[in-house]
Ligand binder design. Structure first.
Ligand code: PMP
Length: 387
């Protein structure tokens, strides 16, 4: 059975059979009543997953980067001041997008493996006014989770709009859009949301839509402009046919199935499951003497583990783990790319996946000639999984 492998990268992830069946079904017309029903339900479910009643949901063909650019293109005008809370590679990408759209960008940047503190961000706000603050909830290059609720409280206290990149967090890490007051919460389909790549998802607060309506200049991209998408999504929510650009009907049908599954599990149960399984992984890594990239456990994401390669072991470890039947990801952050590897643990991940992955890492470390006690990581993980 050489074609069976467990995909444990930080997206795309393993998808449920029902989600994959929705993709394989004959494509409906995008204005068929049955599809309108599906799209309308998916939009409502997206709100529920983001724990928002107030924010407006957008589902657009594109990847997470498109969701990031859509947020930026609509909220930022030439010369606007933006504050980037930078925790790694994807915060750098956010800065690049902001600059390209004309923002004056200030960064509060932490060393690799760390996150700017709420105090540092407060200090930045005390030195200057910002129209928008951006936060990468989980930076996939470092496995660092930012203190989203604390940072959003600071932005709100200063009347700044907020953009939270939830691509590697949504539906895995606790996030409460209304309670925490996030203006744009954006994500993509291929991680904890549980749908193959191809959908950019955003939920946008009334305050952010108001700021967009008050723009002095038009959005410089037709495809990204809320003006094109708002009427379409309003129509689908009201169960009426509409068209701007052909929606990816099968992906949207798959999204509806996946969001239905997520909500059946329940968001609180989902957050807890991701936390418990991440703790099992971290216990295993500790027992194997592996070091997390995040400098403290409190900074470590529950959706992936970013780890340093142990001394004497190079990036070929990932290939050796693959030969054991588990697909992991190499390093991504330029400063630690050659010295790190990453294990995704999102969506349908379960205790058996934890054990299969830890077991494969143990065997691969041994094959690299690393001194490892086979079973030490497994025993530590079992200790957490047993509860
Ligand atoms: N933000 C974060 C935190 C991500 O992890 C990713 C993708 N790994 C992106 C943005 C970009 O998403 P995409 O690759 O789907 O464009």
């Amino acid at each position: 059975m050489t074609d069976r492998a467990l995909l444990m990268i930080p997206g795309p992830v393993e998808f449920s059979p029902a989600v994959l069946r929705a993709l394989a079904a004959p494509s409906p017309s995008h204005v068929a009543p049955e599809f309108i029903e599906v799209f309308s339900r998916a939009l409502g479910r997206l709100r529920e997953v983001c724990l928002t009643k107030d924010a407006f949901p957008f589902v657009v063909a594109g990847s997470g980067t498109l969701a990031m650019e859509m947020a930026v293109a609509n909220l930022v005008e030439e010369g606007d001041a933006a504050l980037v809370v930078n925790t790694g590679y994807f915060s750098d990408r956010m800065s690049k997008l902001l600059e390209r759209h004309g923002a004056r960008v200030t960064q509060v940047k932490a060393p690799v493996g760390s996150a700017p503190s709420v105090e540092e961000v407060k200090a930045a706000f005390s030195k200057g006014a910002f129209k928008v603050m951006t936060v990468t909830h989980v930076d996939t290059s470092t496995g660092v989770r930012a203190d989203a609720s604390g940072l959003l409280a600071v932005a709100n206290a200063h009347g700044a709009l907020s953009i939270v990149d939830g691509v590697c967090a949504t539906a895995g890490e606790e996030f409460r859009q209304d309670a925490w007051g996030a203006d744009v919460y954006l994500t993509a389909s291929q991680k904890a949301v549980g749908v193959p790549p191809g959908l950019a998802l955003l939920t946008v607060s009334p305050r952010a839509l108001e700021a967009w309506r008050k723009r002095k200049t038009p959005v410089r991209s037709v495809y990204l402009d809320f003006a094109e998408w708002l009427p379409i999504h309003e129509a689908y929510l009201a169960k009426k046919p509409s068209y701007f650009a052909t929606p990816p009907v099968n992906l949207i049908a798959a999204l509806d199935v996946s969001l239905g599954q997520l909500l059946a599990e329940g968001m609180e149960a989902r957050f807890t499951r991701h936390r418990t399984l991440a703790e099992a992984f971290r216990a295993a890594w500790r027992a194997l003497g592996l070091t997390l990239v995040p400098k403290t456990e409190a900074l470590a994401a529950n959706t992936l583990s970013a780890l340093y390669l142990p001394d004497g072991v190079d990036g070929s470890l990932v290939g050796k783990v693959a030969a054991e039947g588990v697909i992991l990801a190499g390093g991504l952050h330029p400063e630690i790319k050659a010295r790190s590897f990453r294990v995704g643990h999102m969506n349908a991940v379960n205790p058996s996946d934890v054990l299969a992955t830890v077991g494969a890492v143990e065997r691969a470390l041994a094959k690299c000639g690393h001194a490892v006690e086979l079973g030490a990581g497994l025993a530590a993980a079992q200790g957490v999984l047993q509860g």
